[in-house]
Ligand binder design. Sequence first.
Ligand SMILES: O=C(O)Cc1cc(O)ccc1O
Ligand SMILES: [Fe+2]
Length: 490
Amino acid sequence: MATPPPPPQEEGRLRYMSGGLGNSLSSEAVAGSLPRGQNSPLLCPLGLYAEQLSGTPFTAPRARNLRTWLYRIKPSVTHEPFHPRHPPHRRLIGEFDRTTTLATPTQLRWRPTDLVPREEAPLDFVDGLYTVCGAGSSFLRHGYAIHMYPIPLTCVYAANKSMDGCAFCNADGDFLIVPQQGRLLITTECGKLLVPPGEIVVIPQGFRFAVDLPDGPSRGYVSEIFGTHFQLPDLGPIGANGLASARDFLSPTAWFEQDHRPGYTIVQKYGGELFTATQDFSPFNVVAWHGNYVPYKVVTFLAGLVTDLLSHYDLSKFCPFNTVLFDHADPSINTVLTAPTDKPGVALLDFVIFPPRWLVAENTFRPPYYHRNCMSEFMGLIYGIYEAKADGFLPGGASLHSCMTPHGPDTKTYEATISRSDANEPSRLSGTLAFMFESSLIPRVCQWALDSPSRDLDYYQCWIGLKSHFAHDNGQATSKEEPADEDNTK
Ligand SMILES: O=C(O)Cc1cc(O)ccc1O
Ligand SMILES: [Fe+2]
């Protein structure tokens, strides 16, 4: 039987339950609407239909088994047949192969997309989505896709800027959405979630949802994972506490609408393609639910009221750990969520953040080191300046450093860091929030992302100025302008 719900948290008019993410929760919008003691009574309370939504195979081990029971006014099956959507979405990919995408080991970077009118403007969250890169296949249940969603000003004032009369359902995988500008008000079958920049939201595979844009133009990043789900990382020697805490994962409380809605459209993403089906009622007709397969948002970086989305963040929730004596810790130390593969320690996709924190390492190059990684790294910036890039990596922009592609701090950052007179003093890295989607699968990149006017074709230049500081004097100092110090060992 479902455990009694923890006390709901209030946010404006919305109420959340804390401690979601894999835990069993229950919620009823009308007292007494949740069946007691069983899932499928002959007649459910209030004449509701019982419907199970499975997030794992029925036979998955108990510790990983995910499902939720929804008690709804009409079941999801009551709809006209699915048809390919017209017009088709031209910029979503669900399978990454030679016919759909390109391979490139080049360092890639994009400026933020302007939120001003462009031709072919998207009208809502779904049309605004476009795939940047990814790997694998949604059909084969192994892989991921990284999308972005710029929704310009004009679209917000167009009649259908919010998904009115229409809900989206992703049959392919889970969406982890990282808003960068503008809050998302997301209605799901389990209730509503308001998600400002600085928070993230996960909509698991199969849930129907609709997105409203209460602040107008909006922009953000989405990672989609096929065939697995996000979980909290193990903490190993850190112990039982630290990083993201389960109680900061907030799930919605039951909310429903029951009006007759002729022509209501379900847009289903299936194999990366969109299909539509109509019905005469809203899919947000769930009066009560219980289970452990539930959408959630994570108050990882931001708590409290945001008055100015770009400067008033209260980053109190994520509890960063780091080196306290010397050297630079690997970024895995800041993993918020991980989507595992079957190989221990090898992630399909990690969601890692680079939050404000104290830097105290002594005799240490504190920004990220130069490196080549067998994992592939897609990065975004929510606000501020990223510690490895003095210029060019802007909030709303993105970068991709694929498997074994060299990268690291730009020339300006390197030179400024090694010449700091206070390099050993504690310093606080403030006013910044970057993140990384890191995957063991090598991404292929969409043609439109490579051809995008936002692409920074000069990205490589940020490292070209790195000069040799080599000071070994083998009779002649070759590249350092000043002669090397005398070598007393000879
Ligand atoms: O490339 C990056 O900027 C991400 C990153 C950050 C860091 O602190 C260490 C390794 C790493 O890949
Ligand atoms: Fe990196």
